[in-house]
Design a protein around this ligand. Structure first.
Ligand SMILES: [Fe+2]
Length: 249
């Protein structure tokens, strides 16, 4: 949980972003940030109505295999090559309240570290049975889960010899556009995490560790898949929780 004791007075619908936990926009060791970062000072704007509203997603929009990357691109009877894993956890807000009905989208490289994308140039082969993207929606307790294969690390043109650690990209829509989060999940024990110029733009080690999913032995399926647990915390709402009027009712 975020310590709220030193925060500014609570006005507006959501807590402001804590920029001390986020990487600065300009980080020359991550080369493309140089041209992408703002050249002028940021302006601070009050919250708007468009920030406190958000899209509503229904389970009816999901396909049967949307949360199974092992099979959602595979030919009938076949499956993706790689280490079979389950990624699961809860979507919470900064006060620890579950965020139900959040659309969670994820995309990743295949087991060899290659993306299925026309601009991808890494020499690792494509897997004909692996597409690399999927989606799911959190349940009433904020819980989500999906099956996939563990992505491989890949090299990228930045420094002379930079490699991305194995990672899965996430996009999460919360209850309001203020809560929209795009981030990356890493895997416990991967030594490449601490060599990655993108990861190392995050100034706080504890914030990096929040992006590292832990091996979750209790959710492992014997003779099938290992599990990794990844809880996701979105920006919190300022409204008081009334126990007789729970979220969404
Ligand atoms: Fe990536």
């Amino acid at each position: 949980m975020t310590d709220l004791s030193n925060k500014k007075p609570e006005t507006g619908a959501f807590f402001p972003r804590d920029r001390s936990l986020h990487p600065p926009a300009y980080t020359p060791t991550y080369k493309t940030s140089v041209l992408r970062s703002p050249q002028k000072a940021l302006l601070s704007l009050d919250g708007t109505k468009s920030e406190i509203t958000g899209p509503v997603f229904g389970h009816s929009m999901l396909g049967e295999l949307d949360n199974d990357l092992i099979h959602n691109f595979a030919k009938p009877g076949e499956s993706a090559i790689g280490e079979r894993i389950i990624v699961h956890g809860r979507v919470l807000d900064e006060r620890g309240r579950p965020v139900a009905g959040a659309l969670i989208e994820f995309w990743q490289a295949n087991a060899g570290g290659r993306y299925r994308h026309k601009k991808e140039s890494y020499l690792a082969p494509l897997d004909p049975n692996f597409g690399g993207c999927g989606r799911t929606i959190s349940d009433e307790n904020g819980y989500y889960a999906f099956r996939t294969i563990k992505p491989g690390p890949y090299p990228w043109p930045n420094g002379v010899n930079d490699w991305r650690p194995a990672h899965i990209h996430f996009s999460i829509f919360g209850h309001g556009f203020s809560q929209r989060l795009i981030t990356q999940m890493y895997f416990e024990g991967d030594p490449l995490i601490w060599k990655c110029p993108i990861v190392l733009t995050i100034p706080d080690r504890a914030a990096i560790e929040q992006l590292v999913a832990a091996l979750d032995w209790s959710a492992t399926i014997p003779m099938d898949a290992r599990a990794y647990k990844f809880d996701i915390v979105l920006r919190g709402r300022r409204s008081t929780l009334f126990e007789n009027r729970m979220e969404g009712n």
